[in-house]
Write a protein that binds this ligand. Structure first.
Ligand SMILES: C[S@@+](CC[C@H](N)C(=O)[O-])C[C@H]1O[C@@H](n2cnc3c(N)ncnc32)[C@H](O)[C@@H]1O
Length: 211
């Protein structure tokens, strides 16, 4: 039983299983990077859509029963409203969960401080608009703590590679790039599957273990 169950059911069949698999993948990444659970975390979930992964993200990354701040952002109003209904009441006792309609490519829409422990982007969409995603990644890297982590997942191998190349061009270092062997194939496009790869990225100067 998850510690952070959704307040309302997921919208589609298969999502509960998908996010459970994502939790295992994230836990494996934290183990490989030898990262302890986050305490009083600041987490930004960019381009979060319905943010179905909110519960498992918090479970995989954080110590339970504490405070912190989790902020999800997306352009889409309906998705942000749904995420709010699903997750607003479900988090840590002293914590704050919020979702905002915002453009992550605009620096002024993001929190100002560079104090994020983790910035997460699930199913990043680099090839939809490379220039916009370049700005999103630039904004994300600028909000990480010195030892903070940017985590991205992708639906497609090629899109994942393109995003990692863009991030390296911004001075980021790829600490870990995990294939997801249990990823669920999706029928709407060849080669597409749920959280097909997970990469963990840090500043070039980060002291984090490099695998
Ligand atoms: C492939 S969907 C992934 C959504 C969600 N993370 C998921 O895994 O289900 C890409 C998302 O990026 C969002 N997006 C695209 N450009 C954005 C921007 N500039 N700022 C915020 N969100 C953006 C879209 O609205 C969409 O929800």
């Amino acid at each position: 039983m998850p510690s952070f169950p959704p307040a309302i059911a997921f919208s589609y069949p298969g999502i509960a299983e998908d996010v459970a698999r994502l939790r295992s993948l994230l836990a494996e990444a934290m183990r490989l990077l030898q990262r302890p659970p986050l305490v009083e975390p600041c987490i930004l979930n960019l381009a979060c859509g319905r943010a179905d992964e909110t519960g498992v993200l918090l479970e995989a990354l954080c110590l339970p029963g504490q405070g912190g701040h989790y902020l999800g952002m997306d352009l889409r109003v309906a998705e942000i409203q749904e995420a709010t209904r699903r997750w607003k009441q479900c988090w840590l006792p002293q914590g704050r969960v919020e979702f905002r309609v915002a453009d992550a490519s605009l620096a002024r829409h993001l929190p100002e401080a560079a104090d994020m422990d983790v910035i997460f982007v699930r199913h990043q969409n680099f090839w939809d608009d490379p220039a916009t995603w370049d700005r999103i990644y630039r904004n994300a890297m600028a909000r990480l703590k010195p030892n903070g982590l940017l985590m991205i997942t992708s639906y497609f191998e090629k899109e994942h590679e393109l995003a990692l190349a863009a991030l390296r061009g911004l001075g980021a270092r790829v600490l870990l790039d995990l294939p997801h062997n249990a990823s669920r194939p999706l029928p709407d496009a060849p080669g597409k599957s749920v959280d097909k790869r997970l990469a963990v990225i840090a500043h070039e100067t980060s002291s984090t273990l490099v695998l």
